[in-house]
Design a protein around this ligand. Sequence first.
Ligand code: BV8
Length: 250
Amino acid sequence: MEKNIVVLTGAGISAESGIPVFRSETGLWENHRVEDVCTPQGYQRDPELVRKFYDGMRLNLRKVRPNPAHLALTRLAENWKGGFTLVTQNIDNLHEQAGSRNVIHMHGELTKLRCYEALGGCGHVVETMAAQDPDEACPQCGKKLLRPHIVWFGEMPLDMDLINERLAVADLFISIGTSGVVYPAAGFVRIARQAGAATLEFNLEPSATKGYFDAGIYGPAGKTLPNFVDGLLRDGYDYLRGILRENSLL
Ligand code: BV8
């Protein structure tokens, strides 16, 4: 019986591609307070500030490229015989640039805008790589209520039913480059454990949820992940058992 793998990535997998991670010592994110740029209230207060914040990150996507960690996940997905699910907290398109398909962007995507339902919009989603034009009307309902299709704090992450379905039948849960601070993503390892999955984190240093992982491999994912994927594809679960033993956190 082939095993099901669920992977969760966070900002750390994009760090070696030059995209700053979410949390920093200053607690600021790209020089902004999180509550000003990553909450519905912040958007209500100053939609122009929030639009420009995401415009900057969207336009930056033209300059960044996937790193070996993204490419290793594409290789794993393409060659793994069992089920493979990639969930990301990231809003960049580096997994897609690396060739990953069916990526579940639970916190939304920089390359999409949505007609804002809470203000009376229709929820229609449009793709864009450009700076947002605040006067652009929704192609579906004609209202000028388009907003970044990003999940802000206090908003429900996307595709949670699908994610929970995949976690419920996971045999291996791999978390890569996340501090384990933001929920519900940080709770996925517990759901996977309850389903009987082996759990493994790849990070620069132990995450806040390290206590729920069987093992941890610490260092830049661009270096650690390709080796792991090569071993798993070569020797399957024999290799995994060795890795879990050598890097046990229990
Ligand atoms: C919700 C979009 C409910 C924007 C983001 C108290 C307790 C528990 C929960 C809460 C609470 N109070 C409030 C909450 C809920 C809140 C939450 O979890 N808050 C936290 C801060 C306590 N969560 C929410 O609001 C979520 N929604 O709960 O809804 C609900 C219920 C009913 C009805 C409606 C709603 C929504 C959360 C989503 C917020 N949006 N992003 C954007 O990205 O622009 S979250 C944001 O944080 C990013 O998505 C980011 O991905 C995510 C998590 O951060 P990380 O990815 O982990 O990044 P971080 O910088 O933290 O860490 C990077 C890691 O990488 C580090 O550990 C580092 O060591 C490592 N690293 C660095 N370089 C490398 C590396 N690893 C490997 N290799 C390297 N080279």
